[in-house]
Design a binder for this molecule. Structure first.
Ligand SMILES: [Fe+2]
Length: 187
């Protein structure tokens, strides 16, 4: 791993995910590596973005499941057990349009009250973009392929399937904003 990322975030994520959920751990590492590259291209806070990327799915860890909604379970765990920087926690709680999924689950008001979205569109877009351009196994992909994969994995009428179909236009808009914000480079 590259030396700049906050080691504490890696330690927490590795402890919770590596043995229990190796595929989530592979995805996490891919999202973190995309975040490190993207932060350099965008000129945003690299440590903050990478820490949020490393921790974004920690709430899937079986021992942390309380509501079953991973952004909320993960954010509460990071706040309560590790006193993680509130900006990281708020990014984790709101990653990839979590508010829309929270609505499907009847948790929107709770999520918004407890973890208001960060007032930093670039950082929050960047985290969503990294998540939506990384496969479940940690390889690079495109947002349309990622969305299609999620719909087929969960089923179009599941909570997650309904959420991701609603979020699709927002996710594609994020991808457009990020790609326009990046300096021209061979891709
Ligand atoms: Fe997630």
């Amino acid at each position: 791993m590259v030396g700049h990322e906050p080691l504490w975030a890696w330690r927490i994520a590795r402890t919770e995910l590596e043995a229990e959920l190796p595929r989530r751990w592979a995805h996490t590492q891919g999202v973190a590596s995309a975040a490190a590259d993207l932060a350099d291209g965008l000129g945003c806070d690299r440590d903050l973005l990478v820490a949020a990327a490393v921790l974004h799915d920690v709430g899937y860890a079986p021992r942390l499941v309380v509501t079953g909604f991973h952004p909320l379970d993960g954010a509460r765990f990071l706040r309560d057990e590790h006193q993680v920087d509130a900006r990281v926690v708020r990014l984790v709680a709101n990653h990839t349009f979590a508010l829309l999924e929270a609505e499907e689950r009847g948790l929107r008001a709770q999520l918004a009250a407890e973890f208001p979205a960060l007032d930093d569109e670039l950082l929050s877009d960047a985290l969503t973009y990294c998540d939506m351009t990384t496969t479940p196994d940690g390889a690079p992909t495109t947002p349309p392929e990622r969305i299609g994969e999620i719909v087929s994995r969960y089923g179009p009428d599941s909570v997650v399937g309904r959420f991701i179909r609603r979020a699709e236009p927002e996710i594609l808009a994020v991808a457009g904003r990020i790609e326009r914000a990046l300096p021209d480079q061979p891709r």
